[in-house]
Design a protein around this ligand. Structure first.
Ligand SMILES: NC(=O)c1ccc[n+]([C@@H]2O[C@H](COP(=O)([O-])OP(=O)(O)OC[C@H]3O[C@@H](n4cnc5c(N)ncnc54)[C@H](O)[C@@H]3O)[C@@H](O)[C@H]2O)c1
Length: 263
């Protein structure tokens, strides 16, 4: 018996990193899992295969979730394969999210907001619409960040988007009153996102990040792993966390509590 037996979960940007960890963790608990990513290659396909190897249904849905059309196409494909949707995890992000204030141009701003706000909003709206029609409730989770709490040099556009997600999920929680749908964010700290690597593709976690100037100063004294985030997703999407709604859970090894990012 798993915590998510029979549930149908779609994870965006799950080819690698935290998304891959979430996909495998939810599959370990009995969920059928759809992996989305903008990159369609053997690594993406392998993720779906690893889900299926766990005795549940694993599918891959290629697509860019930074436009309404892209989001709808991915969710259409997921529902065609799985019949319904119970869990949506908005996780996708593009690389190199840091940009100095004066180098932040309209192209970068639009790219950030289109993926991290517009894509997450309309993906959540569409999933909620399906969940309401299904009448069986559900869970929506967005990946925010510690950057939603504190201002770090050269991270203003990313932090603005991630702060917006905290308010966005509060709005979904309120607007979906009575439908048994909880909508929340998880705000990771510094999480290793290296996996999958070569032969080590069937595990949730890889080697932690190399120590940086601040990881050893965290209360946790180390960086986080995809499983740290995936377990929080499992909590919010299973019966364990159903009464948590409109909340953002920091999973940061005490980073924000320690305020080391502001030193
Ligand atoms: N890793 C960290 O330390 C950390 C810290 C705080 C927050 N987060 C958040 O956690 C989430 C996952 O981060 P990660 O480090 O695992 O990322 P990652 O870079 O390892 O993986 C992101 C995935 O999203 C995919 N992607 C990019 N653009 C896409 C698009 N338009 N449509 C579909 N897929 C797309 C990429 O191809 C990639 O596979 C992100 O929302 C990120 O902001 C991560």
């Amino acid at each position: 018996m798993g915590l998510l037996d029979g549930k149908k979960a779609l994870i965006t940007g799950a080819r690698k990193g935290i998304g891959r960890g979430i996909a495998l963790t939810l599959a370990n608990e009995g969920a059928d899992v759809g992996i989305n990513d903008i990159v369609d290659d053997e690594v993406s396909q392998r993720g779906a295969e690893l889900v299926s190897n766990r005795g549940v249904k694993g599918t891959f849905h290629a697509g860019d979730v930074s436009s309404v059309a892209g989001v709808n196409s991915v969710i259409d494909s997921f529902i065609t394969e799985h019949g319904r949707i119970d869990i949506l995890v908005n996780n996708a992000i593009f690389p190199d999210q840091s940009r100095s204030l004066f180098e932040t141009d309209e192209v970068f701003w639009d790219r950030m907001m289109n993926l991290s706000l517009k894509g997450y909003f309309f993906g959540s709206q569409r999933a909620a619409k399906e969940m309401v029609a299904q009448g069986t409730g559900g869970s929506i989770v967005c990946l925010a960040s510690v950057h939603a709490y504190v201002a770090i040099e050269n991270w203003t556009a990313y932090g603005t988007a991630k702060a917006g997600l905290r308010r966005m999920m509060k709005g979904f929680a309120i607007d979906l009153k009575g439908h048994n749908i909880n909508a929340n964010c998880i705000a990771p700290g510094a999480i290793s996102n290296r996996l999958p690597e070569g032969d080590h593709d069937d595990v949730v976690d890889g080697a932690p990040h190399d120590p940086t100037r601040f990881l050893d100063r965290l209360p946790a004294a180390k960086g986080g792993l995809p499983s740290d985030i995936a377990n929080a997703v499992l909590y919010l999407t299973s019966e364990l966390g159903q009464y948590v709604n409109g909340e953002t859970i920091l999973v940061d090894g005490g980073m924000i509590a320690s305020k080391i990012m502001q030193d």
